[in-house]
Design a protein around this ligand. Structure first.
Ligand SMILES: Cc1cc2nc3c(=O)[nH]c(=O)nc-3n(C[C@H](O)[C@H](O)[C@H](O)COP(=O)(O)OP(=O)(O)OC[C@H]3O[C@@H](n4cnc5c(N)ncnc54)[C@H](O)[C@@H]3O)c2cc1C
Length: 213
């Protein structure tokens, strides 16, 4: 994902950058702790990493980091940025014109069945709310209201793109908190996509979390 490039698939997670040879770097840092600074096999490195994680010696994981481009609603970015050991860059509603409706529709809204005697459907109510929000936004711009003020009428459902950089320890922490059923469903999807990428990139570091997908 090039800088400034739009994400078009929501929710989506793209790996932008990652520490090269991350597991080897982490294993080397662990070897330093125990003054076993000789070259070891990949299998020994993997075992050392897994042992350290099991014992809670997780600072070694902070030497490696990854940057993701995440396309999701502002509901999810509001939750993501609560994770403080991070760097973030998000599409700005102060500077970018949001005249074109662009919003996340939760599958739960689509699936909400008809209720006897209640009209219109959940999806129709949802789409009406989005329509009113964007019409209002555009009408405010026409009246000379700046984007940074007009955006107050836009909903949480607004689609956005955020770049996030976290070290591996923080990524593990986020997955533990956000991939479980108690997390917001859209957030669960994002966390699971991050995990799927990290299982490919660093299986020794993330393998014990594989059952959370
Ligand atoms: C299911 C769920 C429900 C939630 N509900 C709410 C809610 O209703 N309202 C709400 O406001 N938030 C809510 N949150 C957000 C939550 O309180 C945290 O702000 C968020 O999950 C970030 O995680 P973290 O605090 O572990 O911080 P991170 O920034 O990810 O930090 C990682 C770890 O570093 C350590 N750390 C970081 N900063 C400090 C510090 N200043 N002092 C001490 N240790 C620190 C902690 O061990 C922390 O776990 C919810 C989160 C979840 C997962």
């Amino acid at each position: 994902v090039a800088g400034g490039e739009e994400v078009t698939d929501f929710p989506s997670v793209t790996l932008v950058a990652i520490t090269p040879d991350a597991e080897s770097l982490i294993a080397r840092s662990a070897r330093t702790c125990y003054a076993t600074n000789h070259l070891t096999s990949l299998e020994e490195d993997a075992k050392r990493i897994r042992d350290c994680i099991q014992r809670g010696h997780e600072s070694i994981l902070e030497h490696a980091s990854a940057t993701f481009a995440i396309g999701c609603s502002r509901v999810v970015t509001h939750e993501l940025v609560r994770h403080r050991i991070a760097a973030y860059s998000q599409r700005s509603q102060r500077y970018v014109n949001e005249s074109e409706p662009s919003y996340f529709t939760p599958p739960e809204i689509v699936k909400a069945g008809p209720v006897a005697g209640v009209w219109p459907s959940a999806l129709e109510v949802y789409e009406l709310a989005m329509d009113v929000a964007w019409r209002s936004y555009r009408e405010l711009l026409v009246r000379g209201v700046p984007k940074q003020i007009a955006r107050y009428v836009l909903p949480n459902a607004c689609l956005t793109t955020i770049w996030a950089t976290w070290n591996f320890r923080e990524i593990r922490h986020i997955i533990k908190l956000r991939a479980g059923k108690e997390a917001q469903p859209e957030m669960q999807e994002v966390a699971k996509k991050i995990l799927a990428i990290m299982l490919e990139e660093a299986p020794s570091v993330f393998g014990d979390l594989a059952d959370r997908i």
